[in-house]
Design a protein around this ligand. Structure first.
Ligand SMILES: Cc1cc2nc3c(=O)[nH]c(=O)nc-3n(C[C@H](O)[C@H](O)[C@H](O)COP(=O)(O)O)c2cc1C
Length: 206
């Protein structure tokens, strides 16, 4: 486990205090904290443990300016010290299926499990299994926001961008699907208070 320099919040505190932030303190991200946020997000669960989420971390004002252009000019993309793009690459999962299983499983079993995985998804087309992959990556995306907040950082999840332009900018293959992009840093505004449905409105108890 990586040690972090930052005081951590409880899960409850992290969830309660996470709000979308679009104006950030103008200082670079602590790189150890950034790594820790990526590591914590990578602990999110996935079906069959296929782990399709991939991250692209951008800490480069010129590239952020181009990303902002591809994001309907939303200014938080350049205002944040870093932007994490979370996407699913299910074709990479299948190509490297052996990596989804721990070495402790033993070579023969890893081979058999990898073959089963390829067979399970091989019948689907690229878009279908890409969609399946992004449902997993969405969970990772959620974990990332809470992990960031837990370490004292703020984020704004974003789907307001043109996927093809972002793929071209980052050199990503056509088949990848985005969970979202996440400007991240320390808040320089308060954001809006949570406005949410009551639990009663959204829940049926049986
Ligand atoms: C999947 C997703 C996509 C979003 N896309 C954008 C976006 O493109 N731009 C933006 O400013 N906010 C975006 N938001 C932020 C929402 O507007 C915000 O989460 C919502 O209003 C609730 O506010 P809160 O995050 O402060 O609790 C997005 C949120 C989610 C979950």
């Amino acid at each position: 486990m990586t040690a972090t320099k930052t005081q951590t919040l409880s899960v409850t505190e992290a969830i309660e205090t996470r709000v979308s932030i679009r104006k950030f303190v103008q200082e670079p991200m602590d790189q150890d904290d950034l790594r820790e946020i990526l590591r914590l997000a990578s602990l999110a669960p996935t079906a069959n443990n296929v782990q399709p989420a991939r991250f692209a971390v951008i800490q480069n004002p010129e590239l952020q300016a181009k990303l902002q252009e591809a994001s309907y000019n939303q200014s938080q993309v350049t205002n944040a010290p870093a932007v994490i793009v979370v996407y699913s690459d299910f074709e990479d999962v299948l190509t490297n299926a052996e990596l989804s299983f721990p070495d402790s499983m033993g070579e023969e079993q890893v081979k058999a499990r990898a073959a089963a995985l390829r067979q399970q998804y091989g019948g689907q087309d690229v878009a279908q299994r890409g969609q399946w992959g992004v449902t997993q990556a969405n969970i990772t995306f959620g974990f990332m926001m809470i992990a960031a907040r837990g370490l004292g950082y703020d984020t704004v999840p974003m789907l307001g961008f043109e996927p093809d332009k972002v793929k071209a900018l980052l050199g990503l293959p056509e088949h990848v699907q985005f969970a979202g992009i996440l400007p991240i840093g320390k808040r320089a505004e308060n954001g809006f208070p949570h406005h949410r449905h009551s639990v009663e409105r959204i829940t049926k108890f049986y």
